[in-house]
Design a protein around this ligand. Structure first.
Ligand code: PRX
Length: 632
């Protein structure tokens, strides 16, 4: 693209070839059109998909902030992910390519086969009594059956609640209980980094306290012996052989605003929030963002290297690619096992065109040096993507140079579990600045404001807010609508509060700085300080605890905790290690603190709130700032 104007800072302009291929050549024109006619833009996008019945209204804001999209419409996201493609020559195109951790197993599914597998799983869970509106918890690793399970639920109108396979029994139990799931779908175990993750045994532990669960459906993956409760637990491969499992399964007609899934995410209080997404708007938002931002072409092989257990996997491994009729690649293992070339092997073996991952993975792989990626032919790559946390310019440049060979624009996409789809993001033809997600997606307006809600000057830091509704937005916090209003729409009425701080530069580019609430972003995973602290005080030695995040070379932020011990316990290295293990067991290994320090007193305000800011400043040897509210 011809340089339109001199831009501030370090800028990477797209090559003429990239612009020539790009779906959006004139970004400004489309942005302006969407800005002027938000509903028109989203009506056009929605019209590219199939609806059983069209909407009466694109956006209904009469009950704001409970916005509704495509009201009156009848649809099912699975109709657009699968059924619609079966009527075209995409029927025989690959929807999913999968490789096992050890590289010895390869499974592929065309859209036709995907329909068969999803229908089979749907028939089975229906036979188990799952009905429209029922919740189903899915606790699995990265195997094709997790995709079947999610789509099977959606197909029959059940609401899936995927819990990341790295969460502990306690965390799983809390989520099953909160969602009142009837059924849990899991696997005997999951291969990861050369070990087996004991998924089924963890489910058994979690279910000791979950009376709502009637059945557990177990996919066989490792083949190891596991306990099976004859009344409650069922092998998937055995049920699959029954006549009831086979044959057609109709896709349920849903209202556009009917729930599709809930997904738990950490917030500033102890209890994770159940974010609710719906069939209609979420479908349009994920379809459209993936199409524009990663410029999906019919022959592309798209690899979102996240886990289906997080929103990135929901929107951009499962739903977005299938809505676009694309071929999605899924890899069971981690990036560096057995060697740090595992991902690059996959790119070469499958001719991946687009790779979408997180800065923490890039930083982790960078440490092993360039020789590993350089062993492989990565020339199929056309675009790269980043998500989950701010990408430091050093990692951006390595990714651009070593992986993308300076030919692949990097789409740094800012969004959240709550937003369901990309919100601040470039498209391929946009000039890039390492570390900035550039500008809001079409139809969106972002504003950075101060404590009083007034816009700050360009260059100044403030709260990131979104000014306009968007179709894939969360509809509520499941079971807690008041918290939805309070959390996102109360600090600045009429605006969505993202919980991040950011600044905008003179080119209108946004730079995310990090969370401003009590959330720590560890390797792109959100963890609430309150969750970590309550895990610590559940240990008999700990009276009080405070958790803070400090910069970490690979993880972006690492967790550091401060504990006040109960009488009768003395600080020691052994206790510190025991507490780290304890947090890992209660929440997940991702929440394991980097270190545990013992204090006699925690800095608190006079009203008793822990001043984490002061602990953070002290830990970094920085000035403590305003401590006028610190208690004596
Ligand atoms: O702080 C932002 C950070 O991740 C948070 C959302 O986390 P979660 O809901 O788990 O979703 C992660 C994947 C969408 C945001 O509030 N974040 C996400 N993407 C970026 C980011 N920070 C900077 N740049 C990004 N591209």
């Amino acid at each position: 693209m011809a340089k339109k104007k001199e831009m501030e800072g370090e800028v990477y302009y797209p090559s003429e070839q990239v612009v020539a291929q790009a779906r959006v050549k004139d970004w400004d024109a489309l942005a302006e059109k969407a800005d002027k006619d938000l509903e028109g833009f989203w009506a056009d996008e929605a019209s590219e998909l199939e609806w059983y019945k069209k909407w009466d209204k694109v956006l209904d804001d009469s009950k704001a902030p409970f916005f509704q999209w495509y009201t009156g419409a009848k649809v099912n996201i699975v109709h657009n992910c699968i059924d619609r493609h079966l009527k075209t020559n995409r029927k025989n195109k690959l929807a999913l390519i999968w490789e096992s951790e050890d590289g010895n197993e390869h499974r592929t599914f065309s859209y036709f086969a995907m329909n068969r597998e999803v229908s089979r799983m749907a028939n089975i869970i229906k036979a188990m009594g799952v009905r429209k509106g029922d919740r189903v918890t899915i606790y699995m690793g990265r195997i094709p059956e997790i995709v079947f399970a999610m789509l099977a639920c959606a197909k029959i109108g059940a609401v899936h609640s995927v819990v990341f396979g790295g969460f502990s029994a306690d965390a799983l139990q809390g989520r099953i209980e909160d969602s009142q799931s009837k059924l849990v779908i899991t696997q005997d175990g999951n291969f990861l980094n050369g070990k087996i993750v004991e998924l089924k045994r963890t489910v058994d532990d979690a279910l000791k306290k979950c009376p709502t669960v009637e059945n557990v459906l177990v996919v066989r993956r490792t083949g190891q012996d596991i306990p099976m409760d004859p009344l409650r637990d069922h092998w998937y491969h055995e049920l699959s052989k029954l006549p009831v499992a086979n044959g057609k399964c109709p896709t349920e007609e849903m209202d556009a605003e009917d729930p599709l899934y809930i997904l738990y995410t950490s917030g500033s209080t102890g209890k994770p929030k159940a974010i609710l997404h719906v069939h209609g708007g979420y479908m349009v938002g994920t379809y459209s963002t993936l199409k524009y931002v990663f410029d999906l072409q019919d022959e592309d092989r798209f690899w979102c290297a996240a886990d289906p257990g997080w929103v990135t996997g929901h929107s951009y491994i499962v739903y977005g690619p299938m809505l676009n009729g694309a071929t999605s690649f899924m890899f069971e293992g981690g990036p560096a096992y057995p060697y740090p070339n595992r991902w690059w092997q996959c790119v070469e073996r499958y001719g991946i065109n687009i790779l979408y991952t997180a800065p923490t993975a890039i930083r982790g792989l960078m440490r092993f040096g360039e020789a590993w990626p350089n062993k492989h032919d990565l020339s199929s790559l056309r675009l790269l993507g980043s998500v989950g946390e701010p990408i430091n310019p050093e990692a951006w440049k390595w990714y651009h140079r070593v992986i993308g060979k300076e030919q692949c624009p990097i789409m740094d996409t800012w969004w959240q579990t709550e937003t369901g789809m990309f919100m601040i993001t470039p498209t391929p033809s946009v000039p890039l600045k390492p570390g900035s997600g550039t500008r809001p997606f079409f139809g969106q307006q972002a504003e950075i404001v101060d404590e009083a809600g007034n816009p700050v000057k360009d260059g100044d830091e403030g709260y990131l807010t979104l000014k306009r509704p968007w179709p894939a937005m969360l509809r509520t916090i499941y079971g807690d609508p008041d918290r939805y209003v309070k959390q996102y729409w109360s600090k600045f009425p009429g605006r969505y509060l993202a919980g991040d701080s950011a600044r905008r530069d003179s080119d209108g580019y946004y730079w995310i700085i990090g969370r401003v609430d009590d959330v720590i972003n560890v390797s792109g995973h959100r963890l609430g300080t309150a969750e970590i602290e309550s895990a610590l005080v559940s240990h008999p030695a700990v009276a009080e605890a405070a958790a803070i995040g400090l910069p970490h070379e690979v993880k972006g932020t690492g967790i550091h905790v401060f504990c006040l011990l109960r009488a009768g316990f003395a600080p020691s290295d052994a206790l510190s290690e025991e507490l780290r293990q304890h947090v890992s067991k209660v929440i997940s290994p991702i929440a394991r603190p980097e270190d545990v320090k013992f204090l006699d007193k925690l800095p608190k305000t006079r009203s008793g709130k822990i001043m984490r800011r002061v602990l953070k400043a002290r830990a970094q040897g920085l000035p403590e700032g305003d401590v006028s509210t610190l208690e004596e």
